[in-house]
Design a protein around this ligand. Structure first.
Ligand code: SAM
Length: 280
């Protein structure tokens, strides 16, 4: 698809609605509709999908998602100042955009969505990381979403796709790669945003696997990995002391050396450890 809408350019939208970016809301807007459509295309074939968008702001990515053919977009925005601009987008795409005002960390969007569902967002990185971890760690799998297409600071994106042994390998890499295929699909310089942030950004696309790569309980795996990387460079037996009283035995049962360090342990090893801890 990719037919632009007849709405005003985003610079005019921002001026008309007085949407000066607020630092406190983590606002760095994308104003180039070619770019927002390109990001929307990274989300895969949107035709026939509901899309959950978090933090639509003045609506640049929202317009990209709709012009790329999303069946329906549910957008959750915390800043009430953006609602009139988003209402104009909703009017241009009758019955295809629903906007909820509120904090995405507190709203359950599922009642408003019909599968298949994809998620797309350009969010402040702290909110994005917290939502990503939630979306990756539900008790049951597969999750409500088919794919997540999310903008992060480049350094956070690198942590999501990192391999064992690399400097950025840690909790995010393990949780993401356990249950999804994660790839960096676009790199964006600071100047792509208004106002430009201090660092470069990357779009990460995660596709949910039908089954996790290795069996493990999500909560136990999260706990083990958080403890293991909380004290980087410590030996596993010291870093994981609080996880189970007999952690040394559990490490050996999982085929790991108590003297190993977290950054060397592959995903499979952490899943084996989560299973061994579950038997405590
Ligand atoms: N998607 C727009 C774009 O690409 O131009 C805006 C991106 S801006 C980086 C982040 C947006 O997320 C802002 O509109 C901000 O108000 C919104 N936001 C921040 N925290 C939020 C939260 N907890 N829940 C929902 N929206 C939030």
């Amino acid at each position: 698809m990719s037919v632009f809408d007849t709405l005003p350019p985003l610079r005019d939208v921002i001026a008309d609605h007085g949407l000066r970016a607020r630092k406190s809301m983590g606002q760095n807007f994308l104003l180039d509709l070619n770019l927002t459509s390109k990001i929307a295309r990274q989300a895969g074939d949107l035709t026939g999908c509901d899309v959950l968008e978090i933090g639509p702001g003045p609506g640049g990515l929202t317009r990209g998602l709709l012009s790329e053919g999303a069946r329906h977009v549910l957008a959750i925005e915390k800043d009430a100042r953006c609602l009139p601009a988003l209402a104009q987008v909703a009017a241009a795409y009758p019955e295809r955009l629903t906007v909820l005002e509120g904090d995405a960390l507190e709203i359950d969007p599922l009642v408003h969505l019909t599968p298949p569902i994809r998620v797309a967002a350009n969010l402040p990185y702290n909110v994005g990381t917290e939502l990503l971890v939630r979306w990756l760690t539900p008790k049951e799998w597969p999750p409500f979403w088919q794919s997540l297409t999310l903008m992060f600071q480049r350094e956070v994106a690198e942590r999501i796709v990192a391999a064992p042994g690399s400097k950025t390998y840690g909790r995010l890499a393990i949780l993401a790669q356990w249950r999804s295929d994660a790839r960096i699909v676009l790199q964006l310089p600071p100047e792509a945003f208004t106002p430009p942030p201090k660092v470069s950004s990357s779009v990460v696309h995660l596709t949910a696997l039908a089954e996790p790569r290795f069996p493990a309980d999500a909560q136990i795996l999260s706990r083990v990995v958080a403890a293991a990387f909380n004290q980087r460079r410590k030996m596993l037996r010291a870093a994981l002391k609080g996880v189970a009283p007999d952690i040394e035995d559990r490490l050996i049962a999982a085929g790991l050396k108590p003297t190993d360090r977290a950054e060397q342990v592959p995903l499979e090893g952490f899943c084996a450890l989560a299973r061994a801890v579950a038997q405590t």
